[in-house]
Write a protein that binds this ligand. Structure first.
Ligand code: SF4
Length: 349
């Protein structure tokens, strides 16, 4: 792991992004923002899974107004996602949004960008310059790579905000293509002092999207680049939060909740370990205290292979062994595998 790039931190509500603050997990709601109750319910669920910062789309004035009610019902800071219409940015700030995500370059007149920067500065609300590879401004230079075009466009927008004496800046440069994403972030990291929101955009459905995101985000984090992450999936956003935490835990950057160790199974397996592991994973998902839990497919090798687990089960033929730190503590019948293991986890916590 490379040493982390130390950026100029910004504060969004009570969450610090950048500097030496922990890498922050964020996601975006998929509810209609105008439906405040549905949005609050979804954000609360995301909070349970460990989401620390949430973004909501603001497509019209009604959505901007709904932020007032949404803010009352949630505990984590809210970022308003704006496209083109500077009035929605102003209205969202008025409603209490803690930060904005927009492309100043999409707001044509300098006076309008100035109005947004002024209002954001008054409220100490950071602005994320959020560029996507699919919507870059035209270039006169056909030799530039996509990553180079992203960096050039981001720098232009950073300079625009700086010229307005605004420095509560965060930047993202997302592409679907993972090497392009990595190149773009590495390049911008050397050119600006601001924190970076990293992710692979439109990464896909969970099966491929989690892998694309883990490779892209994981590579950047291991290079020391990145202050907040969003895994972008075609799925309920709780899956994004779960995946984001798994990435951070895999790199030992942060710890939250359980780690599940489960064996791939082999010819020695005599139980339905796939189903059991999935059920255990589901039960562990909302626990926020660290504990290492193992689900193993045989009693011969299971306890030994998972001896660093705090607690685990090794499934035999009709009977399984509950073990703690590799030591057998109980034998349970197959019908009780799930309940016995979860009881052992609860006792430990
Ligand atoms: Fe096979 Fe047992 Fe190892 Fe699982 S723990 S992979 S069942 S030897």
């Amino acid at each position: 792991m490379n040493t982390r790039r130390i950026s100029k931190p910004v504060r969004i509500g009570d969450v610090v992004i950048g500097g030496d603050a922990p890498v922050v997990v964020q996601s975006m709601t998929c509810t209609d923002t105008r439906d405040a109750k549905a949005t609050i319910d979804q954000v609360k669920e995301l909070e349970e899974y460990g989401c620390e910062l949430v973004r909501v789309a603001v497509p019209d004035a009604e959505a901007a107004r709904a932020i007032v009610d949404i803010k009352k019902g949630i505990s984590i800071p809210l970022v308003a996602d704006i496209h083109f219409d500077y009035r929605l940015a102003l209205a969202s700030l008025e409603s209490g949004a803690d930060a904005l995500r927009l492309n100043p370059g999409n707001i044509a007149e300098p006076e309008k960008v100035k109005a947004v920067a002024l209002a954001a500065k008054e409220r100490r609300a950071p602005i994320r310059i959020g560029l996507n590879a699919g919507s870059l401004p035209k270039t006169d230079n056909p030799d530039l790579t996509v990553a180079e075009r992203m960096v050039a466009a981001a720098l232009e927008q950073v300079r625009l905000l700086e010229s307005l004496d605004f420095d509560l800046i965060k930047v993202s440069l997302k592409a679907f293509d993972v090497p392009t994403t990595i190149d773009a972030y590495q390049a911008i990291a050397e050119k600006i002092p601001y924190p970076l929101h990293i992710g692979v955009t439109e990464a896909g459905t969970p099966r491929a999207g989690v892998i694309r995101s883990a490779v892209g985000i994981g590579t950047l984090l291991s290079l020391g680049v990145g202050d907040t992450i969003r895994v972008s999936l075609t799925a309920h956003p709780r899956e994004e939060v779960v995946a984001a935490w798994e990435i951070l835990k895999s790199l030992d950057l942060r710890q939250r909740g359980p780690v599940l160790v489960s064996c791939p199974t082999c010819g020695r397996t005599e139980a339905d370990v796939f189903t059991l592991a999935a059920q255990v994973e589901e039960r562990l998902a909302k626990i926020d205290r660290p504990v290492k839990v193992a689900v193993m497919g045989c009693v011969v090798n299971g306890p030994g292979e998972a001896k660093d687990a705090d607690v685990g089960i090794a499934c035999g033929k009709g009977r399984g062994v509950i073990f703690k730190k590799g030591e057998k503590v109980a034998v349970v019948p197959e019908k009780d595998y799930l309940t016995a293991l979860m009881k052992a986890v609860e006792e430990l916590l």
